[in-house]
Design a protein. Structure first.
Length: 271
């Protein structure tokens, strides 16, 4: 608990019981989370000012400690009461603006060695647990001061390691950087004519030679009610009637001739 040692050295003359030492630790945790002490009692006094030290006379009442705190950015003001019940200390904190209350109970013997009040390095024990209890029981329910949250956010933004970690979680682009997807026209678009002439592999349609029958696309078979050219007139077969064709549908229908556009000079006998 960095910073607690000089605070305890300053307050040592007023410490006479284990609960005094515990109050010093609780006070310093509030300071670490962005609060400063204003003074004693429930009501403000004209001469009060924010300080990281405990006010004069803070240890006068060994049964009830009453301290007032204010955030460094003046966004919050807390009223802290520490009440001794046998060997335990009940911490009760209230946000003066929202009237929100948080409390936690600490067994003094779990965190203080009463026989070492003169030796700071032997006085406190289970300090990490104590910090966790205060943070989860007092700080978290009431919310950390806005200034501390803002400073932590700015520190994270300035930390290159944190920026690199957040960048690693981003979704990569669908295409590699610097690449460009080919833009081929739709074969069904009338403006796609000539697009196949740009594809040496012949994977796309729409070249200069148009296929009026769209032979590459499946064509639906004509229904018998539409008639059969050269065999049955339209309407000869009622809709929905059973009909067995007596000849191949589409007979005599010529497909596109691959030689309908011969190369220049095809009739030259010397080619």
């Amino acid at each position: 608990m960095a910073g607690l040692e000089p605070l305890y050295a300053w307050a040592r003359a007023a410490v006479s019981r284990p609960q005094d030492a515990l109050i010093c630790a609780v006070h310093w945790e509030l300071v670490r989370h962005g609060y400063c002490c204003l003074g004693l009692g429930d009501q403000p006094s004209p001469e009060e000012r924010k300080s990281e030290l405990l006010p004069a006379g803070w240890e006068a009442n060994k049964e009830v400690y009453t301290l007032r705190y204010k955030a460094r950015d003046d966004a919050q003001e807390l009223l802290l009461k520490a009440i001794m019940v046998e060997d335990s200390m009940i911490l009760n904190a209230m946000d003066c603006s929202s009237q929100k209350v948080a409390d936690v109970t600490l067994a003094v013997a779990d965190y203080i060695n009463p026989e070492h009040l003169d030796d700071f390095h032997k006085l406190y024990k289970n300090t990490e647990e104590l910090r966790t209890r205060i943070a989860s029981g007092i700080i978290a329910p009431l919310g950390a001061p806005a200034e501390k949250a803002r400073k932590e956010l700015e520190a994270e933004r300035k930390d290159p390691d944190l920026l690199q970690d957040s960048a690693a979680l981003r979704v990569p682009p669908r295409q590699p950087a610097g690449s460009r997807a080919p833009s081929w026209p739709s074969p069904l678009s009338p403006f796609a004519v000539g697009g196949a002439d740009l594809d040496p592999l012949g994977r796309h349609t729409g070249g200069m030679i148009m296929d009026p029958l769209h032979s590459r696309f499946p064509q639906p078979a004509p229904g018998p009610a539409a008639g059969i050219p050269g065999r049955l007139p339209p309407g000869a077969v009622p809709p929905g009637a059973r009909f067995d064709p007596f000849g191949p549908l589409g007979a005599g229908r010529a497909g596109p001739d691959p030689d309908h556009l011969p190369p220049p000079g095809y009739d030259d006998m010397f080619m």
